[in-house]
Design a protein around this ligand. Structure first.
Ligand code: NAD
Ligand code: IPM
Ligand code: MN
Length: 362
């Protein structure tokens, strides 16, 4: 039997609440399957840890994480610690240090999920966002000059390297080509006259290696409009770090809300662990109430199984999420229900068990 080591960082706010359910589901799925064993190690890092210790993670935290097969993370950031400190010293640090340059965020309207636009269904809302996750607008480079003076100037620099831009675009072409899907690049070359002109040029160059992939290119403002008006035109999508961040929250809304949006931060070369997380934050407005939707966290657990090579388990978990949504019996308030986080987790586990019984009797 294969054993995999998973580092769990529940983090802040609703992070621990949804991660609890995700871990229960992963344990259950592995146990029912029988081919693999998962060993979970918890790390108490986050804003509370910061308030006690003056740092977001252990000094050698990155070193500690290196030996794991995967990282499962809840959410980072909470009132009381400035966001730019909490995020840069934990979540963004892990993405960067482990060169998790591919952020895969599926925007699919699962069966049974509510959609804010008329006529939305799984056929016309089924996109795979591939977000650049290591540089671009999130390079962390800039300057703050003449602080507090009338001539104060702040610079936030985007960094788009040839290596960084080419590798994400090539990854997206490979993905689209393997899936037989179209590829759309989202950029903003009309206004961002260095970074996005370069991005468009690289997209054009790499596209020559993939004549079999039908491509489209949109300006980000128009793309935001089309995602609502005509989402079917997007299949695989590649975009920069910041545009990908913003458009995937918009996509989350299309797919039923923040409680239903998952993301995988991948280092494709497998030099370092990859990280799986719901794309929502710590949701201070509902934290501690036990009503956060755990389905996004469970979806990211499904991505974790895919990554470990157990795609069938991953697909099963998606079916369980869909069944939970379709029944409409046990859902959290964001989806119009009155169930708690743990009740939803328990229902998904029941469905998983029922499905395993049916499969073993076939
Ligand atoms: P958020 O995603 O935490 O919340 C936005 C809205 O969505 C809130 O109304 C919230 O209640 C709702 N929501 C989010 N997840 C939900 C769930 N699972 N179930 C039901 N409702 C859910 O975004 P925010 O309020 O802008 O950010 C809060 C904090 O989280 C900030 O500190 C921010 O920096 C941080 N953040 C962290 C991550 C991350 O760790 N990956 C992602 C986004 C934001
Ligand atoms: C996300 C989050 C992060 C991002 C923040 C918290 C730094 O919004 O994962 O979508 O912008 O990448
Ligand atoms: Mn975001």
């Amino acid at each position: 039997m294969d054993t995999f080591k998973v580092a769990v960082i529940p983090g802040d706010g609703i992070g621990p609440e949804v991660i609890d359910e995700g871990v229960k589901i992963m344990k259950k799925a592995a146990e029912l399957d029988g081919r693999l064993q998962l060993e979970f190690t918890y790390f108490p890092w986050g804003c509370e840890f910061y308030l006690k210790n003056g740092k977001m993670m252990d000094e050698d935290g990155i070193e500690q994480l290196k030996s794991f097969d995967a990282i499962y993370l809840g959410a980072v950031g909470y009132p009381g610690v400035p966001d730019h400190i909490s995020l840069w010293d934990l979540l963004l640090k892990i993405r960067k240090e482990f060169d998790q340059y591919v952020n895969i965020r599926p925007i699919t309207l699962l069966n049974g999920a509510p959609c804010p636009i008329t006529g939305g269904n799984k056929e016309n809302i089924d996109m795979l966002f591939i977000r650049e996750n290591s540089e671009g607008e999130y390079a962390g480079a800039g300057d703050w000059l003449f602080k507090g003076k009338p001539e104060e100037v702040v610079l936030q620099t985007g960094v788009f390297s040839r290596k960084g831009t080419e590798r994400i675009i090539r990854y997206a072409f490979e993905t689209a080509s393997n899936a037989g899907k179209t590829l759309t690049s989202i950029s903003k070359g009309n206004a961002l006259n260095y970074s996005m002109v370069f991005w468009d040029q690289v997209f054009e160059q790499v596209s020559k290696e993939y004549p079999q992939v039908q491509t489209y290119s949109y300006l980000v403002d128009a793309a935001a409009m089309y995602m609502i008006k005509d989402p079917a035109r997007f299949e695989v999508v590649v975009t920069s770090n910041l545009f990908g961040d913003i458009l995937t929250d918009l996509g989350a809304a299309l797919g039923g809300g923040m409680g239903l949006a998952a993301g995988a931060n991948i280092n494709p070369e497998r030099m370092f662990p990859s990280m799986f997380e719901p794309i929502h934050g710590s949701a201070p407005d509902i934290a501690g109430k036990g009503i956060a939707n755990p389905l996004a966290a469970i979806w990211s657990a499904s991505q974790l199984f895919d990554f470990l090579g157990f795609n069938d388990i991953g697909e099963n978990l998606i079916s369980c999420i869909e069944k939970t949504l379709e029944e409409k019996r046990v859902l959290t308030p964001d989806l119009g229900g009155s169930a708690s986080t743990s009740e939803v987790g328990a229902r998904v586990a029941e469905i998983l068990t029922e499905m395993a019984k049916v499969q073993s009797s076939i």
